[in-house]
Design a protein around this ligand. Structure first.
Ligand SMILES: Cc1cc2nc3c(=O)[nH]c(=O)nc-3n(C[C@H](O)[C@H](O)[C@H](O)COP(=O)(O)OP(=O)(O)OC[C@H]3O[C@@H](n4cnc5c(N)ncnc54)[C@H](O)[C@@H]3O)c2cc1C
Length: 397
């Protein structure tokens, strides 16, 4: 029997995981990545944290896939020589006012089946001697990993299995095939396959439109900027220290994360990126900005968050002192002289016309097509689980 063929657009962790899952199921797979290397965007510019799954609404894709993904990505890493360490983390309430939200988080962890325990300040300081806290949630299953190395391992497995992997190959046109299936134009040739999977991250809504869909949600790019602790101040943080998140915001708040190489990253904040793949304020795309400006959802979002939250984020982006002050809420010994800039990443966040951010992962199917339209954090943690779901959708499409 002829094996089914699939073109996967996007060589980040989701595209490569989908390609690997389909390959394991006997599909012939072609992966198209427009950049000259794998994991060039979100996957290569993130916090490298294997999330435990405590934040997400019980029963949601995010909750189910991150809890399962927490196990499967660690197992995959161990089986394939990828560096990983399950070191646990602390979520710290730094004032009495944050205790109710910390309690809600503990309940959510329990509902999602994530082992977590509320501890007092003294016990928290046994984990993190420098932390400021009145109470904390200790989560054991959070880990640190090297997501680009996960991608390299997936590429190796795919190559060994004979998959067709193409770097520097953007998908430029998509249409239904004359004899069924799909045709994908790359500029230099037209590829024919039974099905298509869109894992284009920051470009996923555009790729969906290229394929004839009219997705309701648009991608709005939010940059997250990082600092790192100077080497002689790394001792201030032993593991991962997170604030109690504001439930009305989709991001977790700036946190301190020890990386596998012993460095300690601080961030990310969240500011609107002026280009979809814009890693600095000077990266500006008039076209991308015009698209945001034409989208009513962006204006509704701005009305809700621009003042004071958005403005404060922009101020903090330009002020090391403000950034350090946010970190000092968690670890008071951290000052502006202790941190140096350390790159940034851009989140692909799907936004609805009513100005609300799509909270859960969003995956839509059409005949012979599956589109991953919202895969923000914790999608890297959940990649192998998202891939199983997408592969089943491909087989059903
Ligand atoms: C600052 C930040 C911190 C984060 N921290 C964490 C974390 O600690 N833990 C966690 O689990 N998640 C985290 N995330 C989320 C995680 O990084 C993403 O959910 C995940 O990387 C999404 O993977 P992806 O493959 O969908 O997207 P991407 O990695 O962005 O890959 C999409 C790919 O598609 C390619 N592409 C686009 N258009 C085309 C086209 N037309 N043709 C061919 N190729 C195309 C792009 O070049 C890109 O390489 C973080 C994200 C950010 C930005």
């Amino acid at each position: 029997m002829r094996s089914r063929s699939t073109v996967v657009i996007g060589g980040g962790i989701i595209g490569l995981s989908v390609a690997w899952e389909l390959t394991r199921r006997g599909h012939g797979v072609t992966v198209l990545e427009k950049e000259t290397d794998w994991a060039a965007h979100q996957t290569g510019h993130n916090s490298n944290v294997v999330h435990a799954g405590l934040y997400y609404k019980p029963g949601s894709f995010k909750a189910r896939m991150s809890v399962a993904g927490n196990q499967s990505i660690v197992e995959f890493a161990k089986d394939n020589g990828v560096p990983v360490e399950v070191c646990g983390k602390l979520v710290v309430a730094t004032s009495e006012a944050e205790l109710p939200a910390l309690g809600v988080l503990a309940e959510r962890a329990e509902a999602n089946g994530v082992p977590a325990k509320l501890i007092g300040a003294d016990e928290a300081r046994e984990y993190e001697p420098e932390v400021a806290c009145v109470r904390a949630l200790r989560v054991e299953s959070t880990g640190i990993i090297d997501f680009p190395a996960v991608c390299r391992a997936l590429v190796r497995l795919l190559e060994e299995a004979g998959a067709d992997l193409r770097l520097g190959t953007p998908a430029r046109g998509i249409r239904a095939g004359a004899l069924g299936g799909v045709e994908v134009a790359t500029g230099s040739e037209v590829l024919r396959a039974d099905s298509l999977v869109n894992c284009a991250g920051l470009q996923s809504d555009r790729v969906a439109r290229l394929a004839g869909l009219t997705p309701r949600a648009r991608i709005v790019p939010f940059r997250g900027e990082y600092y790192e602790l100077r080497p002689d101040r790394r001792h201030l943080v032993r593991g991962l220290i997170y604030p109690v998140p504001d439930p009305s915001l989709p991001f977790l708040g700036v946190h301190l994360t020890r990386m596998l190489d012993g460095s300690v990253h601080a961030g990310p904040n969240a500011v609107l990126a002026l280009r979809r793949e814009g890693y600095r304020w000077s990266d500006i795309s008039v076209g991308d900005l015009a698209e945001v400006a034409r989208f009513g959802g962006a204006w509704r979002l701005a009305r809700k968050y621009a003042y004071p939250i958005g403005l404060d984020e922009v101020r903090r982006s330009f002020s090391k002192r403000r950034f350090a002050a946010s970190l000092a809420k968690l670890v008071p010994a951290v000052g502006p002289d202790d941190i140096v800039r350390h790159g940034s990443g851009v989140r692909a966040q799907a936004l609805l016309p009513d100005g609300s951010m799509v909270d859960d992962f969003l995956i839509e199917s059409a005949p012979n097509q599956v589109h991953v339209l919202n895969a923000p954090s914790p999608a890297a943690t959940s990649a192998l689980e998202i891939a199983k779901y997408v592969a089943t959708e491909v087989e059903a499409s």
